[in-house]
Design a protein around this ligand. Structure first.
Ligand code: C5P
Ligand code: ZN
Length: 468
């Protein structure tokens, strides 16, 4: 367990620094990562700065390019706050921005970076940033030190930590500092915590559609196959309609829910108790949200934010975090649909085109070149990690970027024990190959010059072999 007092002390120092910039009438630039956590982190700070009448701009990006740092250097902002991005590039940031920056993060970065005053990272205080707190949680602690009324933003880190798959407690619950924030959200009446089936659209979609749109875990045959879901549920004798209206999972009795589990289980791989654990767990309901929207379930809210960011529409995600429930929500639902379609298309092609997968005894390399948009690599890798085809393997998914670089996302497949920290492995491999890499113990990513891909893979193979 880390030192929460110390973390809060540093949050307070940063809060003061931000307030001083606002009081001096100077502008703040927020640079955020495109995933749900990055968007939520930026949104918390936007709200906190706005409430103090501060001036700011936001930029949401997939990767921090040196060219952007050059541009920032020329701009007239007083303070640059990097939200969940920038780890590994601190020396480059200092070269251009001197002392005018802060990084708020939970990624595992080098001790050199952790020792810096301008870095505010969970690992500095002995917290495991992979599971105990997300970027939005770190921003939340700053926000409540800026003004205690910002406690009303506590629902945002809950969404972000679920989106970052930090639900590693019993029954897929949030733990440690995330749990503290859950308690704030409960106390202020934003949240309800229950145990239920973890299917997408639990409260909003007809049951067959809920199963078909679930991709975490990916349910071979059923994910994205509405007709088969409908047929399987009907033949299991589950009542799907009530007075002509489709029923939802949330409306089913416990007995009926178990029947739904029985329909799904044969399609999943692995031990039965593990499969049930993946399907039944802690549900975080945002009780102030409309029951008929994907914002009601915190996991779905996170998926929606991810979709907005990764489909190049992060501003819609930010608007939703800032409470726009009209135009932005409608738009976001369309984006979510396109996002799911894109991911499904990638999956279908990868799982049928054998030339896209190379296996060896330790890893499966999945080649998304010319198919997968670099911004979509990360959610694709997370889904591939739940597919039986890659059971027991380290999963390396790659796609070519447009600047002679290759992007990698790395995950553990089903039943592949996390025998090494992926953040350290990928950081070391990328650095050896003139690239940049890092992340968390169980999810990491890298960018490598195209010419060094073979070397990168060889390094990983050698390292893994030395551990066997
Ligand atoms: O890109 P992807 O989501 O697969 O990466 C997994 C994790 O590693 C993410 O949290 C991402 O922010 C992080 N990462 C990193 N440095 C990189 C690439 C990814 O810290 N160069
Ligand atoms: Zn994160």
């Amino acid at each position: 367990m880390g030192d929460f007092e110390k973390l809060l002390q540093k949050a307070e120092e940063i809060a003061k620094r931000i307030i001083n910039v606002i009081k001096a009438g100077k502008k703040i630039a927020l640079i955020a990562h495109i995933d749900a956590d990055g968007i939520a982190t930026a949104s918390i700070l936007i709200k906190a700065i706005y409430r103090k009448s501060g001036r700011f701009m936001v930029r949401v990006i997939g990767d921090l390019e040196l060219q952007l740092l050059d541009e920032l250097k020329e701009s007239d902002y007083e303070l640059f706050i990097f939200c969940e991005i920038g780890g590994g590039l601190v020396n480059e940031i200092i070269k251009r921005l001197q002392d005018r920056w802060i990084i708020i993060d939970h990624h595992k970065v080098s001790n050199e970076e952790l020792s810096m005053d301008n870095v505010f990272n969970a690992w500095q205080f002995g917290f495991n940033g992979s599971v105990e707190i997300c970027g939005a949680g770190m921003a939340y602690f700053i926000a409540i030190k800026m003004d205690e009324n910002n406690v009303d933003l506590s629902y945002l880190p809950v969404i972000a930590s679920l989106a970052d798959r930090q639900d590693q407690g019993i029954k897929r619950s949030l733990i440690s500092l995330n749990e503290k924030i859950v308690n704030d959200a409960l106390k202020y009446g934003y949240l309800k915590v229950t145990t239920d089936l973890l299917l997408h659209g639990r409260e909003t979609k007809p049951i067959h559609e809920a199963i078909a749109s679930t991709t975490m875990p990916y349910i071979p045959n059923l994910s994205s196959n509405r007709d088969l879901c409908l047929a399987s549920l009907t033949s299991a004798g589950i009542k799907l309609k009530d007075n002509g209206r489709w029923r939802t999972i949330a409306e089913l009795s416990n007995e009926e829910k178990m029947k739904v589990v029985e329909v799904i289980i044969p399609h999943l791989s692995g031990a039965v108790n593990k499969k049930v654990e993946d399907l039944i767990g802690t549900v975080y309901t945002l009780i102030k949200e409309d029951e008929n929207t994907p914002l009601r379930d915190a996991r779905e809210f996170g998926t929606l934010l991810n979709a907005c960011g990764r489909m190049g529409r992060a501003s819609i995600g930010i608007s939703i975090c800032l409470n726009d429930r009209d135009q932005a929500l409608q738009e976001a639902q369309k984006i979510l649909e396109e996002y799911r379609q894109d991911l499904n298309r990638y999956l279908q092609i990868i799982l049928t085109d054998q030339s896209r997968v190379i296996d060896n005894e330790m890893w499966s390399l999945i080649n998304g070149d010319g198919l997968v948009n670099p911004n979509m690599l990360s959610p694709l890798a997370s889904i591939l990690a739940t597919i039986p085809r890659f059971k027991g393997k380290l999963i390396l998914v790659k796609t070519i970027m447009n600047n002679n670089e290759v992007k990698f996302s790395v995950r553990f497949g089903i039943d592949c024990e996390p025998f090494i920290s992926l953040a350290s492995l990928i950081n070391e491999a990328a650095t050896q190959c003139g690239g940049l890499g890092g992340g968390h113990d169980t999810a990491a990513g890298a960018r490598i010059p195209l010419t060094n891909v073979e070397k990168f893979l060889e390094f990983i193979s050698l390292k893994l072999r030395s551990l066997k």
